[in-house]
Design a protein around this ligand. Structure first.
Ligand code: NDP
Ligand code: RET
Length: 350
């Protein structure tokens, strides 16, 4: 399969900044930028799996060939799934680059290696999860989540934004989460990292408007990707040091089954999120906030309906601890309340 695909090292320059590699077999044209051929350069972080992979594949396969996708990942050995998803139909629309959002050097080298450093659309997708009682999680583990989900995005924005401001054009997209808007029990640290991102971007968006640079948040609920698998693998290994027996019981016997149910009942596919993201990129006036799952609209709305915060906290408490068995009914009610026959304004995938 891989033999039929275009050469993933076939860029105008390599990730380490050295001149492009000359291959003897048929090659796709070198990556050009919007300046030379009118296509938008879209740089995406975290393309080895999940949402980033699906966005990269969808944009690279755009029928009108409107994008040059710079799909980045921290380990290029993980490129095969992406190359398979793209196929060989659009060999000149995809380039692969190494990029670790936790390394300033890696970010600098990747962006510095692009023609004119040009990025028209930056999609900050790379992220990691963390689940469990706070007592059991070390400060080091928490810092790693912030290093990736918050500082990783800040690093990317700091590298790309000055050029966008100078050009008076560009679009920055951040893969946030419903957990960037509403806290979810036992997701304290992950939620905090996404809230931090929402606050950062909400502030920055105002300044960027002055420079004609757009900023949009995508806020998915549960999505079936490796994220879910990795989190469950981490949980299986957890020994819960420092947490009391009641807390561990609430986590394992109450939260986890409810959360699994939520994933089953409300989960979207990575392709759904890619479609929503493409819509946001292509909108003439893109929205700042974009919930991808209308089932979450009432959950987020509760927060704004009661400024004391009590409504959200008590509703979540009741759903989890008092009406656990009614969770199925609750999801059905949410599905009914947010069904398309009542609601039309959303960015659902189709
Ligand atoms: N799945 C879900 O339910 C939801 C996910 N999100 C968000 O969507 C985004 C994508 O997650 P999803 O596709 O689901 O999860 P995946 O685990 O499938 O993908 C995450 C990607 O991020 C990459 N990554 C992690 N750390 C780094 C790093 N330091 N530098 C570069 N890349 C890195 C991973 O690369 P590697 O292969 O090297 O580990 C992987 O490619 C995340 O920001 C997540 O928070 C938001 C809402 C819901
Ligand atoms: C809504 C809700 C729940 C679970 C929500 C979950 C599990 C959301 C997952 C979101 C993800 C994975 C976001 C990633 O960024 C509970 C607490 C079970 C009960 C109360 C209502």
């Amino acid at each position: 399969m891989a033999g039929r695909l275009h050469d993933p090292l076939d860029f105008s320059r390599r990730a380490d900044g050295s001149p492009e590699r000359r291959a003897t077999r048929t090659r796709a044209p070198a990556l050009r930028t919007m300046a030379s051929d009118g296509r938008k350069v879209v740089l995406i972080t975290g393309c080895s799996s999940g949402i980033g992979l699906r966005i990269a594949a969808m944009l690279a396969r755009d029928e009108k060939k409107r994008y040059h996708v710079v799909a980045t990942m921290r380990d290029l050995k993980r490129k095969e799934k992406l190359l398979e998803a793209v196929g060989d139909a659009h060999g000149d629309t995809l380039a692969l680059r190494v990029l670790d959002v936790c390394s300033e050097e890696s970010v600098r080298q990747c962006v510095g290696g692009l023609e004119d450093r040009r990025v028209d659309v930056l999609i900050n997708n790379a992220g990691i999860g963390l689940l469990g009682p706070v007592e059991s999680i070390s400060i080091e583990e928490m810092k790693k989540v912030f290093e990736t989900n918050f500082f990783g995005v800040v690093r990317m924005i700091k590298e790309v934004m000055p050029d966008m401001k100078r050009r008076r054009s560009g679009h920055i997209i951040v893969m946030s989460s419903v957990m960037g808007l509403q806290g979810v029990v036992f997701n304290d640290v992950y939620t905090a990292s996404k809230f931090a991102m929402e606050g950062f971007c909400e502030s920055l968006a105002v300044q960027l408007l002055k420079f004609n640079v757009k900023l949009s948040m995508i806020e998915p609920g549960p999505v079936h990707t490796e994220f879910e698998v990795k989190i469950m693998q981490d949980v299986a290994k957890m020994e819960f040091p420092g947490a009391d027996a009641d807390t561990v019981r609430y986590f394992k016997d109450v939260y986890l089954p409810s959360s699994i149910h939520m994933f089953e009942a409300m989960g979207q596919s990575a392709d759904d999120i890619a479609k929503c993201t493409k819509k946001v990129i292509e909108a003439s006036r893109p929205r700042f906030r974009n919930l991808t799952n209308t089932l979450y609209t009432p959950i987020v709305a509760m927060k704004y309906a009661d400024e004391t915060g009590g409504l959200s906290i008590h509703t979540f408490y009741n759903l989890l601890f008092n009406f656990g068995t009614l969770m199925h009914i609750t999801v059905s009610i949410l599905k009914c309340l947010t069904c398309r026959c009542f609601r039309r304004r959303n960015i659902s995938p189709d």
